[in-house]
Design a protein around this ligand. Structure first.
Ligand SMILES: Nc1nc2c(ncn2[C@@H]2O[C@H](COP(=O)(O)OP(=O)(O)O)[C@@H](O)[C@H]2O)c(=O)[nH]1
Ligand SMILES: [Mg+2]
Length: 247
């Protein structure tokens, strides 16, 4: 990929630093995914699964996203499927209440796949149009936990009668290239339909998104830009690559 970027920059013959930055941004953009960056909210209900390593920003993203979708007129049901820890469930409930949206939680130790399955049924009965499921943190090296995530995906598909759902890998912008390793392994367990880049407000620029998009053809769809409830933005690829190469 680096050689493709370099070739792209050379062929544009930049004369100044600004032109070089501009050419690099254009070259990076050209290798990024061309798939839509909007969330796919079809499905009855629509369903959004959030997963990733511990501390990436899953629960925070679920809360912010529920808040935003509710403001846009949706009726979200937030699901606490991080059933390993009572605290994991509690954190999701706190965020759902902050967002002012309905929530459903599995009991501690419950099978996360069945919690999501039940939540989809519940949303359908109540006429809620989008289910947002927060899952337990897991490492890309924990085979059993990846298998569990794969099952959550299969059961979600079944609950939705095979309608498409959003399967979002939440990445911490601060982590750099380890994100590429994570993305590869998670994508083997569950097909990733989008990336969330959390903590883009930090000093990190999240450049690892470029090779991930290039290799997996998965678009970043959302960016976390702070710890507050409104700090979630649609991922702006153009602004993002410019920020990587400026200064
Ligand atoms: N600055 C900043 N902090 C964030 C962002 N998203 C999450 N965090 C913080 O990262 C930490 C872990 O977030 P959490 O959602 O609990 O991660 P989880 O383990 O993946 O559920 C918390 O302290 C959050 O406030 C973000 O976009 N910007
Ligand atoms: Mg969490």
């Amino acid at each position: 990929m680096a050689s493709r970027l370099a070739a792209g920059v050379r062929s544009s013959e930049p004369r100044t630093r600004e032109e070089a930055a501009e050419a690099l941004a254009a070259a990076a953009t050209s290798v990024m995914s061309r798939k839509p960056r909007e969330l796919n909210l079809t499905g009855d209900p629509a369903c959004i699964l959030l997963y990733g390593v511990n501390g990436a920003g899953k629960t925070t993203t679920a809360g912010k996203l529920a808040h935003r979708l509710q403001k846009e007129g949706h009726t979200p049901l937030v699901v606490a499927a991080d059933t390993y820890r009572a605290a994991g469930i509690e954190q999701m409930v706190v965020w759902a209440e902050r967002a002012g949206v309905a929530h459903f939680e599995g009991s501690a130790g419950a099978d996360p796949a069945s919690v999501v399955f039940e939540a989809v049924q519940l949303a359908r009965r109540r006429g809620q149009d989008v289910v947002i499921a927060d899952t337990a943190g897991r490492l890309q090296t924990q085979r059993n936990l990846l298998e569990e995530l794969a099952k959550v995906g299969r059961v979600t598909a079944k609950a939705l009668d095979d309608a498409a759902y959003e399967s979002l890998l939440v990445l911490d912008a601060v982590l750099g290239l380890t994100n590429l390793v994570q993305a590869r392994e998670f994508n083997k367990a569950i097909p990733v339909t989008g990336l969330v880049l959390a903590k883009l407000d930090s000093s990190a620029k999240g450049g690892s998104i470029v090779p991930i998009e290039s290799e997996l053809d998965v678009p970043a769809k959302l960016a976390g830009v702070g710890e507050g409830i409104d700090d979630l933005a649609p991922f702006d690829a153009r602004a993002f690559v410019r920020a990587i190469f400026e200064g």
